[in-house]
Design a protein around this ligand. Structure first.
Ligand code: GDG
Length: 488
């Protein structure tokens, strides 16, 4: 089984002659002004949750967009700073992007075109030539920042996600010896869906300049191979799961992302968390005896509206749970500059108000919706006190919250209620699964989870814990690093 220690050994044994560079849009630490002081925090992001422990182990470089208003203030002349700030273990190099560029590259092409294109939740992608131009420009900037750091060094470069699809081609042109992997954190749709992207050829050519492409699950990897087969004159080998295009071979592999299970399980079981639970209950005014929880970026792919509609259905169908069941939804604001996200926020507010009005009594309301950032510690306290964690994503690459909950929840009390359309549902087959597009199905799943006999609940949680424990974040990164090392 992969552990922090075995990853460290792999790194110090085999990676010592290489420079390990990670690049992503989102930075792992943000500095910002709070009155006249500079503070720092970690953003709520699956990519950050997954990669920060890896970088902490291997002393590499993380290249990312410097998005905090105090970010520039704390870096050196090469835009670098050692992080975590309180216990420096690796280098964060910031890439600067102005508002206009961010609007085109990040909000525009990445999140109004590629994000809805790849998540099949029936939100129409918007393709704009000007956004695409900014996307190319910023990909070029990321590539130059990476090239500046690797210079002539023997580098392994690990790129993250759909924001950086053009970077592999630019790097390979300047430095053909660099070994590049790119991990695609969101679903890859079928060829029929991808066909509508006007710049699909450029994106596929960018990606196929990498030596290794990772997806969460086989299904996404297969969709990618099919797409290449349809769009390019490339040699696609479905058995070997590889593509040869323009003389370059790219391996296409599934690597299900995960979490630092041991760390989360240990922290969650600590006495400190036990003390926090009462504090959090009091702060949130929780009066129900059965608690449900969910924590999501507020994003239309996460199915928050659908979840609340299902809770409404559940309370209507099973009135004996009225006054007894409380659902805590933690929602961190995301991409709020986009209209779709603003509207979603308003819609969620209205719906919560309507459902709470419909059912609430003097001392009880069914939904507590908190739109603020919780510390990882507070999140664990909430996971630990919850009887169920309800994840209703309409389409999701993996969904790390599902795994975090499994790691943190006590096995005799918790149960995961999980949308079938998450990558996590392929691994966590002992969860109670449902179709988030059908409120009745979700309502039934809630009822089933809350009514499970203790013995069955324990067995299911135990099996899921064992899966997450074994397929942990170190196994995800260890396998990708091993594959990259083999290629170099
Ligand atoms: C993308 C893909 C894939 C959330 N609120 C708070 C908070 N969070 C943390 C969660 C979790 C992370 O953010 C969210 O990760 P997810 O995986 O659930 O979702 P995305 O952000 O959409 O991530 C996804 C992931 O990349 C990794 O490949 O699984 O499919 O969409 O870790 O706990 N953390 C804290 N406070 C919050 O209020 N501290």
């Amino acid at each position: 089984m992969w552990t922090r220690k075995s990853l460290k050994e792999l790194i110090s044994d085999k990676l010592k002659d290489h420079l390990f560079v990670v690049a992503s849009n989102r930075e792992p630490y943000i500095h910002k002004y709070s009155r006249d002081k500079i503070i720092h925090f970690q953003p709520a992001s699956g990519v950050v949750t997954a990669l920060d422990p890896v970088l902490q182990t291997c002393n590499g470089i993380w290249v990312a967009h410097g998005s905090g208003d105090a970010d520039k203030k704390v870096v050196d002349e090469k835009s670098r700073i050692k992080v975590p700030p309180e216990d420096p273990k690796y280098t964060l190099k910031r890439v600067w992007i102005n508002k206009e560029e961010e609007t085109g590259y990040y909000y525009g092409f990445s999140n109004e075109a590629l994000w809805p294109l790849c998540h099949i939740v029936y939100t129409k992608p918007k393709f704009s030539e000007s956004d695409w131009n900014y996307y190319q420009k910023i990909n070029e900037r990321f590539a130059q920042a990476i090239l500046e750091e690797i210079d002539q060094k023997n580098a392994l470069i690990f790129l993250q996600d759909y924001h950086l699809t053009l970077v592999p081609k630019i790097i390979k042109k300047a430095n053909p010896n660099a070994k590049i992997a790119l991990f695609w954190h969101i679903p890859w749709p079928n060829p029929e869906v991808f066909r509508i992207c006007p710049w699909r050829k450029e994106i596929l050519e960018g990606l196929l300049s990498a030596d290794l492409l990772g997806f969460h699950i086989h299904y996404h990897a297969d969709n990618f191979l099919e797409t290449v087969n349809n769009e390019l004159e490339a040699k696609v080998d479905k058995i070997a799961s590889s593509v040869v295009y323009g003389g370059t071979k790219t391996l296409v592999r599934p690597y299900p992302i995960s979490i630092d299970y041991e760390k989360i399980a240990k922290e969650a079981a600590s006495g400190e968390i036990a003390a926090d639970i009462e504090k959090v209950k009091e702060e949130l005014g929780i009066t129900g005896e059965l608690i449900g929880v969910g924590t999501d970026r507020i994003d239309y792919t996460k199915g928050i509206i659908e979840k609340f509609e299902a809770i409404d259905r559940f309370l209507e169908q099973y009135p004996e749970f009225q006054g007894r069941f409380v659902y805590i939804q933690i929602g961190s604001l995301s991409r709020i500059h986009l209209d779709t996200y603003k509207k979603l926020n308003d819609e969620i507010n209205g719906l919560v108000e309507r459902i709470n009005w419909k059912y609430s009594s003097d001392s009880w309301s069914p939904i507590i919706f908190i739109r603020k950032y919780f510390t990882p510690h507070q999140l664990l306290a909430i996971f630990r006190m919850a009887n169920i964690c309800l994840i209703s994503a309409l389409h999701d690459g993996m969904n790390l919250v599902a795994k975090e909950y499994v790691a943190a929840a006590p096995d005799n009390k918790g149960m995961l209620v999980l949308s079938r359309f998450t990558g996590a549902a392929r691994e966590l087959t002992d969860a109670i699964t449902f179709n988030p597009f059908q409120p009745e199905d979700c309502a039934e799943a809630i009822k089933t989870a809350l009514s499970l006999p203790e013995k069955e609940r324990k067995q299911r949680m135990k099996k899921m814990k064992a899966i997450v424990r074994e397929n942990n974040i170190y196994s995800w990164s260890g396998k990708i690093i091993e594959a990259l090392l083999k290629l170099s």
